[in-house]
Write a protein that binds this ligand. Structure first.
Ligand code: DC
Length: 226
């Protein structure tokens, strides 16, 4: 059976995961957060005390690593070697480490099969940085979601201020600028819109407006494909 694949790429804090989750719920598709997979590898690397520039140790570590995920009550839980790390991968430290580690080609190829496999078995809404360009180049719909860095940082700050007390807005802006730069300037699978992606800039949008715009794009594309 041919599955329907929807790719949502874009920079940190553009609202990809909220949008992808809402689209998946609306269409009854499976939501896949690929950033969580990079975060899980970053988590294990930091836990083992391996520095991100130590490519040999990272390669060896990957040979002894299993990453998997499962959906429990609509939430994607991520496991490293069978242990649930879902609640531990959202810190600023892991964000930076995931961005750095995702530039390593061995790490990217390690996760590629996992992502393609699920998309070949289920209708998915997958969010990340290279879904439309590398992971699912034949995705039925590709949306590149973006917004100004100030607006993205503001949203992330609102999200985190009550959970991670010590983080300031300025720290988030600075981490975000560095991550955007790392993610879009790396040699392998950099963050960029696929040539056939539709760019959705949601600066100034409420989340329901982003969802309505995305659903319009999806409906039009699927209608034209029939
Ligand atoms: O989406 P996120 O913020 O959880 O992603 C964390 C990091 O993982 C991000 O800075 C870059 C990397 N990433 C990637 O390189 N490719 C993806 N498809 C998803 C995430």
């Amino acid at each position: 059976m041919k599955t329907v694949n929807i790719a949502i790429d874009g920079p940190a804090g553009a609202g990809k995961s909220s949008l992808a989750k809402a689209v998946a719920a609306k269409l009854g598709y499976t939501y896949i957060d690929t950033g969580a997979l990079y975060r899980a590898i970053a988590f294990k690397t930091l836990q083992l005390g391996i520095t991100i520039s130590d490519l040999v140790s990272i390669k060896q570590m990957l040979l002894r690593t299993t990453i998997s995920f499962r959906h429990i009550n609509g939430t994607q839980c991520v496991y490293v070697d069978g242990k649930d790390v879902t609640g531990k991968i959202r810190t600023n430290e892991i964000s930076s480490a995931a961005s750095a580690i995702s530039a390593i080609p061995d790490v990217r190829s390690f996760l590629l099969g996992l992502q393609r496999d699920i998309a070949s078995k289920e209708n998915v809404v997958m969010d990340g940085r290279d879904i439309g360009t590398v992971v699912l180049p034949n995705a039925d719909i590709k949306i590149f979601l973006t917004a100004s860095v100030e607006e993205r940082a503001k949203r992330r700050y609102e999200e985190q201020k009550n959970t991670i007390g010590s983080v300031t807005y300025e720290e988030i802006v600075s981490t975000m600028i560095t991550r955007d730069k790392n993610d879009s300037e790396r040699a392998v699978a950099p963050l960029k819109p696929a040539t056939d992606a539709i760019i959705l800039d949601n600066s100034g949008f409420e989340s329901h407006q982003t969802l309505e715009s995305a659903l319009n794009i999806i409906e039009n594309k699927l209608k034209n494909a029939l």
